[in-house]
Design a protein around this ligand. Structure first.
Ligand code: ADP
Ligand code: MG
Length: 261
């Protein structure tokens, strides 16, 4: 059985002030197996965030449905961990308290909360920063905290929406390796949205390419690069071949977006 099934999911937004309705996503089907690392790649405005928000239960599809472990998604839940591009830590909570947030809500005993938080603090390399405030952290550290917060709940699936989009290139590369390392060890199921082709290939077991708005799935490309994956794979012939193919796919779609504007 698939871990996640996206069945015929589309989304049309009602027009504002009587304006035209916005078709954001065409009917989309996607099956995700346990331990898949799916990256969703597509031009700006093609409906990537819309799709992810529907999987998260933060938005409702116009048609279709989403099944997680065979159960329909109707609202947000602890079985889905979400990380957004913009920093979404609670500013009034310390790093440790942010990571413990979901555990506290679930009523996990304090001692166990502390153990889990310590484990994820270590995993994302933030030991010594438990008592810092989010505003005292760099962007990369804030996103590491957000990833730790999402993982601490032990979600069935991790949903990430351009989580490294606001980071400088150097930090971004390190964060990619960090997340991939976590995935290799913890064997999580991941849905990761990006518009960066190299990032999409480097992270993925499958790259799903979307068309220009209203998006639908244009191609679904397995990535068989070996694990553990080191950043040097980015200069391998296999990587280059994938990059060339996906660059062409995306280029066509981006041209469509520009022409439509
Ligand atoms: P992406 O994440 O791929 O850049 P989005 O999913 O954010 O794209 O948006 C897809 C399209 O839907 C865009 O044209 C966007 O303006 C529109 N859209 C997204 N959310 C809303 C909303 N709440 N109301 C109206 N239009 C929206
Ligand atoms: Mg988006």
């Amino acid at each position: 059985m698939s871990k996640l099934r996206i069945e015929n999911v589309s989304r049309t937004f009602a027009g504002v002030h009587g304006g035209d309705a916005v078709k954001a996503l065409q009917p989309t089907d996607l099956e995700v197996s346990a331990n898949d690392f799916i990256t969703i790649l597509g031009p700006s405005g093609c409906g990537k965030s819309t799709l992810l928000r529907i999987v998260a239960g933060l938005d409702q599809p116009t048609t279709g449905r989403v099944l997680l472990d065979g159960r329909p998604v109707t609202r947000p839940g602890p079985d889905r961990g979400m990380v957004f591009q913009s920093y979404t830590l609670f500013p009034w909570l310390s790093v440790g308290e942010n990571i413990a947030f979901g555990l506290r809500q679930k009523g996990v005993p304090t001692k166990q909360q502390r153990e889990i938080v310590a484990n994820y603090i270590d995993l994302v390399g933030l030991r010594g920063f438990e008592n810092h405030w989010p505003k005292q952290l760099s962007g990369g550290m804030q996103q590491r905290t957000a990833i730790a917060r999402a993982l601490a709940n032990d979600p069935e699936i991790l949903l990430l929406d351009e989580p490294f989009g606001a980071l400088d290139n150097q930090t971004r590369g390190l964060m990619q390796e960090l997340l991939l390392g976590i995935w290799e060890r913890e064997k999580k199921t991941v849905l990761f949205v990006t518009h960066d082709i190299e990032e999409a290939i480097f992270m993925a077991s499958r790259v799903v390419v979307m068309t220009a708005r209203p998006g639908r799935i244009k191609s679904d490309v397995p990535v068989d690069l070996p694990h553990p994956r080191h950043y040097t794979v980015k200069t391998s012939p296999e990587f280059s071949a994938l990059k060339a193919r996906l660059t062409e796919d995306i280029r066509v779609e981006t041209m469509r977006t520009v022409e439509a504007a």
